[in-house]
Design a protein around this ligand. Structure first.
Ligand code: ADP
Ligand code: MG
Length: 697
């Protein structure tokens, strides 16, 4: 039997460990520094580093690393041994405060989007002391932010921390007006639900598309896909169960509060979700979760696919970003309250989110844009590329009543006053959960469902925090100046309903009707990454990030460039993989099958001139036509990939990949998938969809 409380956090240098191992005064001073968000004094850092080293050695660590999240989307670590050589040929184990708080890193091989001149290849990493150090594979990992020498952010953590400060500052202003003089800061809380697929490693290894692109680029539909819908919440197979057990244990050791696990809709699809945590910690934990999913799957002879759309015609994988705001005194600001005052405050924060999501729908869309997620959004398992909000009918009625100045139809039990209106008690749980909405209020938090499964949660939370900070700034400006607080509050809610109400949609987000209705409402429908990304550089967005000190103009430029380059590279790799698989595997295999068919016809006819060769001649004719078409596609694709290199400008280049290369890839796939249907199984060069989706027994 495992002792979970003992296991949990056993590889983490958390507050409990610090309290036990640090001198009392140092521990207190450290907590104070954290609370005030100040820089750590070096003498303090030295003591902490010493204690951290002793603890790490006891746990078997030999190395340390500054663990950070560059703009590639993965995490990075460069290991340094904890040794210091001595004059007498021996070593001692050392770790200094300087090494703990700051590291130098050769940044030249990380994408910088032009932020770092080539002559200044170095960047530096700085400890984020709010996210605990931990030991992974014998290495003490220090969660850090990664910057250039000019101080520009080269990672995802830096702007996330800045955005958390921005929303905290503005929320505290608003809370003061509601009489919360004791609140010093607020934190955004995040609980990311993570979807993934598991396939058998032997089957995976036979598919170059999975190896190079992480998704299938070919594959005819199997007789049984997810039509029966028996997998969702179904019984977990023993092999998957064993994997989940080890995954949970490893996550718990690292202090990741993994909580929920279940089968998802598609065959071979699963989900894991933790208990929510502060945004930066939840983001770090999600990165660790993605890493462990992949590592532990391999140990169990499986491969974890984190791609947004590994299989055509089968549900893709997303990441649901559950998000709320909580004060340092423990109040969830998106929890409807029991008293009129609490509810007025709840409605104001609620309206801040509505305003933010409407006015910065482009940024939210950008935060989930990737070549992989383009394949998922708008398919029938995920929200469309249009950002909208589900708030439930009760809350919509309340907001509308305030906006129109009418008293609400008081069918509800209790009545409460908000501003000058009489309103019913706000329901605690909007039980009518709408699964088709990209951004849904789920009782005391919002759930943003557009994120792709492989994407870092950082970007979405940077956008959300900053956009909501801006709403709160506007509200605080108005309320601080107002002569009549209640009246102004009412006016703010009215303004939000009138100006931003269009973003609210409680209906079916998957329907064709909604696409038309959204267009009538003037909502953006940014279908692909090259549609969405250029909005990064819109004036209003530059102004937003500059005002709240989250991203400078050059940092935004860099992120835009890196994202678009990544998009182009992804599609290029996919196109080259398709060319390779068609030329080296599919066409030769089909050709062998054709040869055998042709020989059969010859042999049959030699024995009997009038022999019936209907099957052979029919298939031969079909396959000859299809191989011809596939060959043409391959030739066109090759020349298009060459042409793409010569397109000037990153946006036109991304558009070229989308408009010219992706459709040709689809043509090629269509020909090959039809060949797969016509070719005998033993000739087909790699495992089919059926083999993949039912590979884990
Ligand atoms: P589902 O959406 O599948 O019904 P739940 O509503 O139980 O699941 O929760 C999903 C996730 O939301 C969990 O990770 C949970 O910890 C997280 N969550 C719950 N409350 C909050 C909150 N206040 N802030 C952020 N995340 C939260
Ligand atoms: Mg959910």
């Amino acid at each position: 039997m495992i002792n979970v409380p003992e296991l949990f956090g056993s590889m983490v240098f958390n507050e409990a460990v610090m309290k036990e191992r640090l001198p009392e005064a140092v521990y207190r001073e450290f907590l104070k520094t954290l609370e005030e968000g100040k820089e750590l004094d070096i003498s303090l850092a030295n003591v902490i580093a010493g204690a951290m080293k002793d603890w790490a050695l006891e746990k078997g660590a030999t190395h340390f690393t500054h663990w950070f999240q560059p703009l590639t989307g993965a995490t990075s670590e460069k290991h340094d041994a904890l040794i210091t050589p001595q004059k007498d040929g021996t070593v001692i184990m050392e770790f200094s405060g300087k090494e703990l708080v700051r590291g130098e890193s050769d940044a030249s091989s990380f994408p910088s989007g032009g932020l770092r001149a080539t002559c200044e290849a170095r960047g530096y990493t700085v400890w984020d002391p709010t996210s605990y150090a931990f030991i992974k594979d014998g290495c003490l990992c220090i969660p850090t932010a990664f910057c250039s020498y000019g101080g520009e952010a080269l990672d995802k953590k830096t702007p996330l921390l800045r955005s958390m400060e921005a929303i905290s500052a503005q929320a505290v202003r608003v809370l003061k007006l509601f009489g919360h003089k004791d609140v010093k800061s607020v934190k955004t809380t995040v609980g990311p639900e993570q979807e993934y697929f598991l396939v058998d490693k032997d089957v995976f290894d036979k598919r170059k598309d999975l190896i190079y692109a992480g998704r299938t680029l070919f594959g005819a539909q199997p007789p049984k896909g997810q039509d029966m819908e028996g997998h969702y919440f179904g019984i977990i197979k023993p092999r998957v169960q064993a994997f989940m057990k080890e995954l949970n244990e490893e996550l718990w050791k690292l202090g990741v509060p993994a909580k929920t696990e279940h089968n998802e809709t598609a065959p071979a699809q699963h989900e894991t979700a933790p208990v929510f945590a502060t945004a930066n910690i939840a983001t770090d934990h999600n990165q660790l979760t993605m890493e462990l999913l992949q590592k532990i799957a391999r140990k169990h002879g499986m491969v974890c696919l984190l791609h947004e759309k590994p299989f055509n015609g089968v549900n893709g994988s997303g990441k649901h970003n559950n998000w709320s705001v909580c004060t340092d005194t423990g109040i969830n600001l998106l929890e409807p309250g029991d008293t009129p005052k609490e509810n007025a405050q709840f409605l104001l924060f609620f309206c801040a989110v509505i305003k933010a999501v409407d006015e910065y729908q482009d940024l939210l869309r950008i935060s989930v844009a990737s070549a992989g997620n383009d394949l998922r959004l708008g398919a029938n398992e995920a929200p469309p590329a249009i950002v909208s909000m589900f708030i439930g009918e009760d809350l919509e009625d309340i907001l509308k009543a305030i906006a129109s100045g009418t008293a609400l139809d008081t069918k509800a039990v209790e009545q409460l006053k908000v501003g000058v209106h009489v309103l019913p008690k706000i329901p605690r749980d909007t039980s009518d959960r709408n699964r088709t909405s990209p951004f849904a209020f789920t009782g005391n938090k919002f759930e943003f469902r557009m994120l792709g499964s492989s994407e870092s949660a950082a970007c979405t939370n940077i956008m959300l925090n900053t956009a909501v900070a801006e709403s709160l700034r506007v509200f605080a400006d108005r309320l601080e100046k107002a002569a009549d607080f209640k009246k102004e509050l009412d006016a703010i809610i009215k303004d939000v309903v009138n100006k931003n109400g269009r973003i609210i949609f409680n209906g079916n987000g998957y329907g064709e009707e909604w696409v038309k209705e959204a267009e009538r409402r003037g909502l953006l429908n940014l279908k692909t990454m090259p549609d969405a990304y250029p909005h990064y550089l819109d004036e209003k967005n530059k102004k937003l990030f500059a005002r709240h000190g989250v991203l400078s103009e050059s940092e935004m430029h860099a992120r835009f460039e890196i994202g678009m380059e990544h998009y182009c590279k992804t599609i290029k790799i996919e196109a080259l993989t398709m060319i390779n698989m068609t030329e080296k595997e599919i066409l030769p295999a089909v050709s062998r099958f054709e040869k055998d068919l042709a020989e059969t016809v010859i042999n049959k006819r030699a024995a009997d001139k009038t022999a019936d060769c209907a099957y052979e001649t029919f298939v031969l004719k079909e396959l000859s036509a299809l191989t011809g078409r596939a060959l043409d596609s391959v030739q066109r694709l090759k020349s298009l990939v060459r042409d793409a290199e010569n397109v000037a400008g990153i946006t036109p280049q991304a558009q070229f990949y989308r408009d010219r290369i992706l459709p040709e890839m689809e043509n090629l796939r269509a020909s090959c998938d039809r060949m797969e249907e016509k070719t005998a199984k033993d000739y087909w060069p790699f495992p089919s969809y059926g083999d993949l989706l039912y590979s884990v027994k």
